[in-house]
Design a protein around this ligand. Structure first.
Ligand code: SAH
Ligand code: F3S
Length: 481
C-alpha cells in the first residue's frame, strides 16, 4: 500500500470512502459524502459534515437513500479527475430511481472547473470550492428552490479554525488537524496553488484547543496537516507573503512551525504528534531539533523530492538542489538517527532524459527511503509546466521509468524494514489486521505498519512489539513481555 501509483498520496485505502457520523436527533435529511485525493480533502469533508449537521442533515452510508450527495474532489492528476467523472455517472443512474436527490461537487475540481461543471455535467446542482464551505447553507437554500448554486471564491483568511470537525468513520485513535491552507510554492507541475489558493496559517490557539479536545475524547495520535507545514507562520492572521509588512510586535511574537510543534507536544505530552507534508526548501533545522526534544513527536518525515536531477528540479521550480536535499537528509540522520524518511517522486516531467532518470535512481540510492508515493507526470491545465513545456516524454517511457523507481523503492523499503528485525518497537494499535482477525495492526513512531497477535490488548493501546519477521512494507512481531 505504501508503494503506489494510485491517486492518493497519504492513505490509499480510504479513497472514495463515504463518511458516516453519529445521528443528530431531529435531522430529517440524508447526506451521502464521498472523498477523493489528499488528507486535506478528508479533513475538509469532516468540516462540511459538521456544517451540514447543523442544517438538518444526518449522514447515510447508502447512496440510494440520500437527499444530498456530495463528492469532495481531487485535481492533482488527470486520473483523479476521471475517477470523479465516473462517480458522477453512477450518481446519475441513482438519480433516475431517486429524482429528488441533489448532487454537489466540492474541492479542487470544483475550484478548477467552476461553472464549466454545471455546463458539462447536467447532473450537478451545486459547485463549492475549498474556501466556501461556510456558504453551504445559503447555497443549499438556492438548490432547494430549484436553482443551481456555485461559490468558488478563494479566501485570504478562511482556515475553518472556528469549526469543530465531526470525526467521521474514525478509528477513534488517530485524527487529522489542519494547520495551514493553500500553497505559495508554485511548483510548475502542480495545480494546488490554483485550486486551494494562497497560503494562510490557522491560529495556534484554536489548533491547541482542537488537540486538547481530541485527547479528551480518547484520541492518541494527531497529524498536523498542510500542503507545506514547515511554512506555517502565525502572526495574528494574514497571508504568509504579507509577513514582511507585519508590525515589529507581530514579527517578534510570531509562531513558526517548530514553535507550533513544541506547543502541541507540550499541551498533550502523551499524544503522538505527526505532520505532513514537509517541503525540503522550507524545512529548517529547528524543526528537526524540536522533533529530537520531544518523545511524543513521531520520528518520520515525509519529504517529497519529485526528481533527483538538478535540471528537472529547476524546471519544476523546486527551490532546492540535489546537493541541498542531501544536506538536509544528512542533518536529519545526524540529529535524529532513528528517523524514517519517505518521498513523493514524479517520472517523465517534460524534457526528462534517461540521464535525469538515472539521477533520480541514484538520489534514491543515497537516501534509501523507508517508503514513498510515486507517479507518472500528468500535465495539468493552467500550470506553468503546461504553458512552458511540451509534455514530451512518451507515456511508455514514463511508465517504464516509474516501474524502475517503484522497484528501487521496494528494494530500499525491504532494506529499511529489515533493520528493525529483532528489535523492540512501540506500536499504537489502530485496527484489526486485514489479513487476520487474531492480529492487531498499528504503526511505529517511524510510520511503519506492524502486525502482531492481539492478546488482551485493545485499539488505542501503545504496546512494545518484538519484530520477528518483515515484508518490504510491514513488520511482523509479538508483544514483548
Ligand atoms: N505539498 C503537497 C503536495 C500535494 S500533491 C502535500 O501535502 O502532499 C502530492 C504529490 O502529487 C506531489 O508531491 C507530487 O509528487 C504529485 N503530483 C503533483 N502534481 C502532479 C502532476 N501534475 N503529475 C504527477 N504527479 C503530481
Ligand atoms: Fe504543489 Fe509544490 Fe505546493 S507540489 S502543493 S505547489 S509545495
Amino acid at each position: 500500500m505504501q508503494e503506489t501509483t494510485k491517486e492518493k498520496p497519504i492513505d490509499e485505502s480510504k479513497q472514495g470512502e463515504q463518511l458516516v457520523l453519529e445521528q443528530k436527533q431531529g435531522n430529517t435529511r440524508k447526506l451521502y459524502i464521498e472523498s477523493y485525493g489528499c488528507a486535506m480533502n478528508f479533513s475538509d469533508s469532516e468540516i462540511v459534515a459538521s456544517i451540514l449537521l447543523n442544517q438538518g442533515y444526518n449522514t447515510t452510508p447508502h447512496l440510494e437513500d440520500a437527499d444530498l450527495v456530495l463528492v469532495n474532489t481531487c485535481s492533482i492528476r488527470d486520473k483523479a479527475e476521471q475517477t470523479v467523472r465516473k462517480r458522477l455517472e453512477k450518481y446519475n443512474a441513482v438519480k433516475r430511481i431517486n429524482p429528488k436527490m441533489k448532487v454537489g461537487v466540492l474541492g479542487c475540481m470544483a475550484e478548477r472547473l467552476k461553472t464549466k461543471f454545471l455546463e458539462e455535467e447536467k447532473i450537478v446542482d451545486l459547485v463549492v470550492g475549498p474556501d466556501a464551505y461556510k456558504d453551504l447553507p445559503n447555497l443549499l437554500a438556492e438548490v432547494d428552490e430549484g436553482r443551481d448554486a456555485i461559490n468558488v471564491i478563494l479566501s485570504k483568511e478562511e482556515t475553518y479554525g472556528d469549526i469543530s470537525p465531526v470525526r467521521l468513520n474514525s478509528n477513534g485513535v488517530t485524527a487529522y488537524v489542519s494547520i495551514t491552507r493553500g500553497c505559495d510554492n508554485m511548483c510548475t507541475f502542480c495545480v494546488v496553488p490554483f485550486t486551494r489558493g494562497r497560503e494562510r496559517s490557522r491560529n495556534p490557539q484554536s489548533i491547541i484547543e482542537e488537540v486538547n479536545d481530541l485527547w479528551d475524547k480518547g484520541y492518541k495520535e494527531i497529524t498536523l496537516l498542510g500542503q507545506n507545514v514547515d511554512s506555517y507562520l502565525w502572526y495574528g492572521g494574514g497571508l504568509k507573503k504579507d509577513f514582511v509588512k507585519a508590525s515589529d510586535l507581530q514579527q517578534a511574537t510570531a509562531v513558526n512551525f517548530a514553535a507550533l510543534l513544541e506547543l502541541c507536544a507540550k499541551a498533550q505530552p502523551h499524544m503522538r504528534i505527526r505532520f505532513s507534508t514537509s517541503n525540503p526548501q522550507d524545512m529548517t533545522l529547528d524543526v528537526i531539533e524540536t522533533m529530537a526534544k520531544f518523545d511524543n513527536i513521531c520520528k518520520h518525515i515525509h519529504l517529497p523530492v519529485q526528481s533527483g536531477s538538478d535540471r528537472i528540479l529547476k524546471a519544476m521550480n523546486r527551490l532546492h538542489t540535489r546537493e541541498q536535499y542531501f544536506e538536509l537528509i544528512d542533518n536529519i540522520k545526524r540529529i535524529l538517527p532513528e528517523c524514517s524518511v519517505s518521498q513523493d517522486l514524479i517520472s517523465g516531467f517534460p524534457t526528462e532524459t534517461e540521464a535525469d532518470h538515472q539521477d533520480t535512481l541514484s538520489l534514491m540510492d543515497y537516501v534509501k527511503y523507508n517508503f514513498g508515493y510515486m507517479f507518472t507526470y500528468s500535465e495539468r491545465p493552467g500550470t506553468t509546466a503546461e504553458r512552458k513545456f511540451k509534455d514530451d516524454v512518451p507515456e511508455e517511457t514514463k511508465k517504464r521509468r516509474l516501474a524502475e523507481i517503484v522497484q528501487r523503492q521496494r528494494e530500499h523499503s525491504e532494506i529499511r524494514t529489515k533493520e528493525y528485525l529483532n528489535s523492540i518497537v512501540e506500536v499504537l494499535i489502530e485496527k484489526e489486521s486485514k489479513k487476520s482477525d487474531a492480529q492487531w495492526s498499528g504503526r511505529t513512531s517511524q510510520n511503519i505498519v506492524a502486525v502482531f497477535p492481539k492478546e488482551h490488548y485493545k485499539v488505542g493501546d501503545l504496546v512494545k512489539v518484538k519484530v520477528m519477521d518483515c515484508t518490504s512494507a510491514t513488520l511482523i512481531g509479538e508483544i514483548a513481555s
